[in-house]
Ligand binder design. Sequence first.
Ligand SMILES: [Mg+2]
Length: 186
Amino acid sequence: MGDDGVKNEAMEILGLFQLLPRLVVFDLDYTLWPFYCECRSKREMPKLYPQAKGVLYALKDRGVDVAIASRSPTPDIANAFLDKLGIKSMFVTQEIYSSWTHKTEHFERIHRKTRVPYNEMLFFDDEDRNIDAVSKMGVTSILVGNGVNLGALRQGLSNFSQNRSSSEKGKQKKSKKSSPSKTEDQ
Ligand SMILES: [Mg+2]
């Protein structure tokens, strides 16, 4: 399936959900592309996972912002590759630097820059320690086994809407408890 075919399917998947994230954040190595860019040369022509581009374009078309959170120690190579792939300008922010935290620092910066609340973000990464740390911040986080693809997108959107609707229910319960009942003695 070509990029357009993937994009069309991704648009259909996006159409299945009423609640969409405002921002989708992607790791780079083994999430958008199938290698560690620190082991590559800037002169090479990189390739994304086969469905990654279609998913990115569909999100942009639906008005969902996209960003990058990568702990790559070689941001110069990562940037050169994003440029070569023609996708660099798609991202509202790119956080690419090594860090001792499991990307919590990356997400704090993304939140500061975009003002998008953590619970309105969706995150894809291939390392479970990042997924664990970032999901504790309130971000719906999806572990990918074979890069970003249509299946991961569907699962991400489904988990996102489940998380959102359960937090809405939690809020409603709280406000019911705290607001005085008005109708009882009418
Ligand atoms: Mg990775």
